[in-house]
Design a protein around this ligand. Structure first.
Ligand SMILES: [Zn+2]
Ligand SMILES: [Zn+2]
Length: 430
C-alpha cells in the first residue's frame, strides 16, 4: 500500500486537513481527498516523524541489551522515523567499515532511518582523533561525532575535532563530564547523596566542560552540540554562549525533564543514569529553557541494559534507562499539558531541529506537498499507564507504572506504515 489518505488529521498549526500520500511523498493537502485506502485520523495530531539525535542501539557487540532491529522497532513505536546511533559499540564506530555496517543494519531492519554517529577519538580512548573525514566520506555520510558515554576531556583534542569537522559541516556532540570530578560518582551531589551515602556527582562536573567547550567553539568557529543537559547552571552557560553568537546547540532528555534525584531514595538502580537525575530546581530550569529555545531539542539517550546490569546494588549497577516509547508523552506533558507551549514547538524539538542540527536529508521536514512522508500520528487525549516491557530488549524503564498523556497511533516512514493502530507492522519486502 503506497497510496493512502490520512483523513481529518489535525496539523501542528491546528488546522484539520486530509493528506494524500503516494509513493513515499506527500502529494496533496486539502479537504475531501479520496483514495482506495482512507485512514480515519479524526482527533489525531499529525506531526513530522520524530528524529532522535541520541540513541544507543548497542549493536555491534552488546546484542543482549539491544539490536538495531529491536531498537528501531521501539523507536517506530515511539513515533520516530530516524535515530542517531551512538558510537560506543564493540567494535567502536570509529571507522568507515563500522559506520557503514550500522547504516546497512538499519536499512535492512526498515523501521526508521539509522544515522550512525562516529566516535571523536579512536576506540573512545580520548587519545587520538578518529578519522572523521573518512567516516564522513563513507556511504554512511557521518556528520555527527561523539564519544558519548565518555567525555572528550582533553581540550586540545576537542579543539582539533571542532576545527576538522568545519570543512564538511560536521558537529561534535559532547558528553560533558569532567572525569576528575566524577570518579566513582553515583548520583547528584548534594544533601541527599550525603544522606544516602552515595558518592556525589557535582553539577560543576558538567558545567566546567560546557563552559570550556563553548569557548573552544567560539574560538574555532566549529559546531558544538551538548548532550543531555542536566543542570540549571548548564542552561545559564548555553544561554550566555548563544547570546554571544557561538555556534552551540543543546539537548535535554525526557528523564531530566521529569524525574529528580529523590528517586534514588530507595536505591533502585533503575533510576541510576549518566548524568544523574538532579533537583526539582534543575528540572524547572530545563523545562523553561526548552520552552524559551535555549535548549534546542529533546533527545532520548535511550540506553538499554540487560537485567543483570540493573538487578544489583546501586553502586554496581550500570548507568542508563530506555526512553524511545515515552519521549513524545513527556514532551506533551512538558509543552502542551502545562499550557506553556505549542504543538509546533513539540514538532520543532522532536523533529525539525534535531534533523537540522544533524544535517539529516529527508527527515524533520514540514508537512507540505512534495516533502517525504515521514510522519507520526498521536492521540493527544489518550492517557496510558506505562508498562516496563517495550519493544526494546531491555526492561530498564523508569516510567513503568506512571500515567502519561498521549499515545502514538501510527508511524509512517518513507510513505509506509511501520506502526499502525499502535502495533508494529511487519516489514513487507518492497
Ligand atoms: Zn552521555
Ligand atoms: Zn548516551
Amino acid at each position: 500500500m503506497s497510496r493512502f489518505v490520512l483523513q481529518g488529521a489535525t496539523l501542528p498549526d491546528g488546522t484539520i486537513q486530509d493528506v494524500l500520500v503516494d509513493d513515499g511523498v506527500i502529494r496533496e493537502i486539502a479537504s475531501g481527498l479520496s483514495a482506495e485506502d482512507v485512514i480515519d485520523c479524526k482527533g489525531l495530531r499529525l506531526l513530522p516523524g520524530f528524529v532522535d539525535m541520541h540513541t544507543h542501539l548497542r549493536e555491534p557487540g552488546f546484542e543482549a541489551s539491544e539490536t538495531v532491529l529491536t531498537g528501531t522497532q521501539s523507536a517506530a513505536l515511539g513515533g520516530f522515523t530516524a535515530v542517531h546511533a551512538m558510537a560506543n559499540t564493540s567494535p567502536v564506530a570509529d571507522n568507515a567499515a563500522v559506520v557503514e555496517m550500522i547504516r546497512n543494519l538499519g536499512e535492512r531492519a526498515g523501521y526508521v532511518e539509522v544515522f550512525p554517529i562516529g566516535a571523536v577519538t579512536k576506540g573512545l580512548e580520548g587519545k587520538a582523533l578518529a578519522d572523521l573525514n573518512l567516516m564522513n566520506q563513507s556511504t554512511a555520510k557521518v556528520k555527527v561525532f561523539s564519544d558519548d558515554g565518555k567525555c572528550v576531556s582533553d581540550a586540545l583534542l576537542m579543539r582539533r575535532a571542532l576545527e576538522y569537522t568545519k570543512s564538511f559541516g560536521g558537529v561534535i556532540a559532547q558528553h560533558a563530564q569532567e572525569p576528575t570530578l566524577t570518579e566513582n560518582a553515583q548520583m547528584n551531589e548534594g544533601e541527599l547523596s550525603a544522606v544516602l551515602g552515595l558518592k556525589g556527582w557535582p553539577a560543576m562536573a558538567e558545567e566546567t566542560i560546557i563552559a570550556r567547550d563553548v569557548l573552544l567553539a567560539g574560538h574555532t568557529g566549529g559546531r558544538l552540540h551538548i548532550c543531555h543537559l542536566s543542570t540549571a547552571g548548564s542552561v545559564d552557560i548555553i544561554r550566555w554562549a548563544k547570546a554571544r553568537g557561538i555556534s552551540v546547540t543543546a539537548e535535554v532528555t525526557p528523564h531530566h525533564l521529569l524525574l529528580t534525584e529523590q528517586l534514588a531514595n530507595d536505591y533502585n538502580p533503575i533510576f541510576k543514569v549518566n548524568p544523574p537525575l538532579r533537583t526539582e530546581r534543575d528540572v524547572m530550569a530545563l523545562r523553561e529553557a526548552l520552552i524559551d529555545g535555549t535548549i534546542d531539542i529533546i533527545a532520548t539517550d535511550h540506553a538499554p541494559h540487560p537485567s543483570e546490569a540493573k538487578d544489583c546494588e546501586w553502586s554496581a549497577a550500570a548507568f542508563g534507562m530506555v526512553g524511545l516509547e515515552t519521549a513524545a508523552s513527556v514532551a506533551q506533558l512538558v509543552l502542551i499539558e502545562s499550557q506553556r507551549s505549542s504543538w509546533q514547538r513539540l514538532a520543532e524539538v522532536l523533529s525539525h531541529a534535531p534533523a537540522a542540527i544533524a544535517g539529516d536529508e529527508g527527515q524533520g521536514r514540514t508537512i507540505e506537498v512534495g516533502n517525504p512522508a515521514n510522519l507520526t500520528l498521536i492521540d493527544p487525549g489518550a492517557i496510558r499507564t506505562i508498562s516496563s516491557a517495550t519493544a526494546s530488549k531491555s526492561l530498564n524503564n523508569p516510567y513503568a507504572g506512571l500515567e502519561l498523556p498521549g499515545s502514538v497511533v501510527h508511524t509512517i516512514y518513507k510513505g509506509r506504515f511501520t506502526v499502525r493502530d499502535s502495533s508494529l507492522v511487519e516489514k513487507t519486502s518492497a
